[in-house]
Design a protein around this ligand. Structure first.
Ligand SMILES: [Zn+2]
Length: 461
């Protein structure tokens, strides 16, 4: 019996164990099953409002992208955007979690609105009009500037340094309807004319260009500029004239730069040489001109030249100084070869050359000061009366040249005397064949009478 009871006990134990095992197997496979059938979904919120659930965030983001593209295509003349509360998501992972992509998109569709924006252009506080965006503004302005840029480049050449508007320009982004955007050509015209209404005038009897200009308070230039058919001052009764004075809203300021190569003159250093005869010179070193590049900035306002200024300069090649030896040795009674004016502040009354059918061999001059001065160092070769010349002095400069001074009222030099350049030799008068008080002055080389002015003109140093 004990055996039987013992066996029975064991049997129950075995049955229990088997049942437990089966239960554990069932539970774990159920867990695995449920885990395998869990689904991720995203709850979609617009602001704080729950819209629904979708299987993936891209369902919404792709839809938004498509809506934005549709809006841009629908309203190409303005900036477009979508007006909707900010979208955010809550991720959930549950057994057989439900979602409905279509329902969410339908709900969003009913909430979204298309927003349209543009840019208002304001010139010096005055609204001009509306364009799509900053790029459109730039295109408009570039078009307006282009003729002045071209003009500046053609007239002044070389480099365009800057193009700018004198006025303050403000761009204000605003919400607006596609129909509010202005036509580009219309805006350009508005800028060019300043919104001025055209004025026409029919020429009346008795009209003239200057009369019409006066009547309308405009310049004659405006009339000629506006009416290229008028070539002279002639206008005919019945002619129709355009008298519109444009007042462009934008003033274009252009600055161009041009460069010029300019010679730089050399200077000369003189070295006194007491061994060399006064009046002689000898070049030691030849001078050479240099070169520099000078830059000019030209400023135009609406094409009219307003300023041209030297901006800077660059030395391309320095000038080389000349060195000249200059004689200072004075030999008494020997001329330097450089002639000085024989009177102070001479006024010429008659020049060397043909005169009244004869030949005038010297230069006549008068002065408020009556002293006659030796034109160069020399020896008085003649002092006395000479037919025609009256009281007359001839100085032999002992270098091949001599000078003659005629018509003097008084002679103060004596024959054979050595005189210095600038020394007084007589007083101006009208002795001999003379009409009025004056000095008759001759320069001779040997016997040949030369034009004194050629020699006096050189008397610069
Ligand atoms: Zn004379």
């Amino acid at each position: 019996m004990d055996y039987i009871i013992g066996w029975k006990k064991d049997k129950w134990l075995v049955v229990c164990c088997c049942m437990m095992t089966v239960l554990v197997l069932l539970l774990s496979s159920g867990y695995v099953y449920m885990t395998m059938h869990k689904v991720t979904r995203y709850q979609v919120f617009a602001g704080t409002e729950l819209i629904g659930a979708v299987s993936d965030k891209t369902v919404v983001s792709d839809w938004l992208k498509k809506k934005r593209e549709e809006a841009a295509t629908m309203y190409p003349t303005v900036q477009t955007g979508l007006l909707i509360d900010p979208i955010h998501y809550l991720e959930q992972r549950e057994y057989k979690a439900a979602f409905d992509n279509e329902q969410v998109l339908r709900a969003l569709e009913s909430k979204v609105k298309i927003q349209t924006k543009g840019v208002q252009v304001v010139i010096d506080g005055q609204p001009l009009g509306y364009v799509k965006d900053a790029a459109a503004v730039n295109r408009l302005f570039d078009l307006y500037k282009s003729k002045y840029v071209q003009q500046a480049e053609e007239q002044d050449g070389l480099l365009l340094k800057s193009v700018e508007f004198v006025q303050q320009i403000q761009l204000v982004t605003k919400e607006l309807k596609p129909g509010d955007i202005d036509d580009n050509g219309e805006l350009l015209k508005r800028i060019e004319t300043g919104g001025v209404q055209p004025v026409q005038y029919i020429v009346q009897r008795g009209d003239c260009i200057s009369c019409i200009a006066y009547k309308f308070h405009i310049s004659q230039k405006t009339i000629y500029d506006n009416n290229p058919s008028i070539k002279s001052t002639v206008i005919r009764v019945g002619d129709v004239l355009n008298l519109t004075v444009l007042q462009p809203l934008l003033t274009v300021k252009t600055v161009t730069e041009r460069a010029e190569t300019v010679e730089v003159p050399y200077d000369t250093q003189y070295i006194d040489d007491p061994e060399m005869k006064a009046g002689n010179k000898e070049t030691v070193t030849d001078g050479e001109s240099g070169l520099k590049e000078v830059h000019y900035l030209t400023t135009r306002i609406n094409g009219e030249l307003v300023d041209e200024a030297r901006s800077d300069e660059a030395l391309l090649k320095p000038a080389k100084q000349a060195v000249v030896r200059k004689g200072t040795k004075v030999i008494p009674g020997v001329g330097t070869g450089v002639f000085a004016w024989p009177v102070y502040r001479a006024k010429l009354t008659s020049e060397y050359g043909r005169r009244w059918g004869s030949f005038h061999p010297g230069t006549d001059m008068v002065s408020e000061q009556s002293g006659i001065l030796a034109s160069d160092h020399g020896k008085v070769a003649f002092a006395g009366w000479k037919t025609g010349y009256g009281n007359c002095v001839i100085i032999d400069h002992q270098n091949g040249y001599s000078t003659l001074y005629g018509h003097m009222s008084k002679i103060v030099a004596a024959e054979g005397e050595l005189v210095q350049k600038g020394e007084k030799i007589g007083i101006m008068g009208q002795t001999g064949n003379a009409t009025g008080v004056h000095l008759h002055f001759e320069v001779r080389k040997g016997e040949k009478q030369l034009n004194p002015l050629t020699y006096l003109a050189k008397a610069d140093d």
